[in-house]
Design a protein around this ligand. Structure first.
Ligand SMILES: Nc1ncnc2c1ncn2[C@@H]1O[C@H](COP(=O)(O)OP(=O)(O)OP(=O)(O)O)[C@@H](O)[C@H]1O
Length: 266
């Protein structure tokens, strides 16, 4: 707990999620996550990062406690949940017959805006992400990277206090990565709590305030980029020998030397 914090917080305690009786997240408890934070959720493949986001968005059944601003998220109606959480999946369906503007407008319905204001707000989101020229393009006519930015637009359009982003930059070139991370950083600075799954640790270190490292469904570390991204963590969690260099302006570079010598895992 952060004893000096008195506003809303996302509190996750004893969270367990299982698929067919196999626990993927097991009794997971996290420090409170606060508005204004950009939290990078990192960890190896299949360690439960997407499952955690999906549990928070109530797309998979979970047990334990998830509270936001003192309210039990697991007990919220779907309308209240839609006002509280914006969720960006790893990808939007390729086959959807909707265009980018239509999927963005769909996400805005929970706000009950007049139609003209809704249209303007949706276009403002697309402009912010640099995809306003794609507004009338159908999802099945977009590239993978364009579809990823459209998925982000849909999540942002909800204007919810919590944003959950599942690998928002994995399909993007360097310029679009920067634009997306800059937009996401600004949303956090404006008071949203943003939790983003990121595989690129340099990107996570550059933009996030907090790094949550998951390892096989458990919290391995939670801290600043400096405290969480270390050679020791990389050896234990990712099983690679690596060097971590801190460069100018606080940038972090991770240099992988190779797979760590295998030792039996606990
Ligand atoms: N719908 C499902 N049914 C059964 N098992 C699932 C399902 N979704 C995920 N899993 C399993 O749960 C585990 C965690 O998956 P999850 O997608 O949460 O991992 P992740 O950390 O996001 O991985 P990645 O980095 O590869 O995207 C994996 O072993 C995966 O096979």
């Amino acid at each position: 707990m952060n004893p000096s914090h008195s506003g809303p917080a996302l509190e996750i305690q004893h969270l367990t999620v299982s698929y067919r009786n196999r626990a993927v997240l097991s009794d997971l408890s996290l420090p409170p996550l606060l508005p204004g934070q950009l939290v990078a959720l990192v960890g190896p493949n299949a360690t439960g990062k997407s499952t955690l986001l999906r549990a928070l968005a109530q797309l998979v059944p979970a047990s334990g406690q998830i509270r936001w601003d003192g309210q039990d998220l697991l007990a919220l109606s779907s309308a209240a949940l839609a006002r509280t959480i914006g969720y960006m999946p790893q990808s939007l369906p390729e086959t959807a017959a909707l265009n980018v503007l239509e999927v963005t407008l769909t996400a805005m319905q929970a706000q009950n805006l007049p139609a003209s204001a809704e249209q303007l707000a949706a276009m403002a989101v697309l402009e912010r992400l640099g995809i306003d020229d794609l507004a009338l393009r159908r999802l099945d006519q977009l590239s993978g990277g364009q579809r990823q930015v459209a998925a982000l637009a849909q999540a942002i359009a909800r204007d919810s206090p919590i944003l959950l982003l599942d690998e928002p930059t994995s399909a993007l070139d360097l310029r679009h990565q920067w634009r997306v991370m800059n937009t996401v950083r600004r949303l956090a600075d404006d008071g949203h709590l943003v939790i983003a799954v990121l595989h690129d640790l340099a990107l996570a270190a550059q933009w996030a305030d907090r790094i949550l490292v998951l390892d096989r469904g458990r919290l391995h570390a939670c801290g600043t980029p400096q405290t969480a991204i270390t050679p020791d963590m990389l050896r234990t969690v990712y099983r690679v020998d690596a060097r971590v260099q801190r460069c100018e302006r606080g940038r972090t570079v991770v240099l992988i030397d190779g797979p760590a010598e295998e030792t039996p895992r606990a």
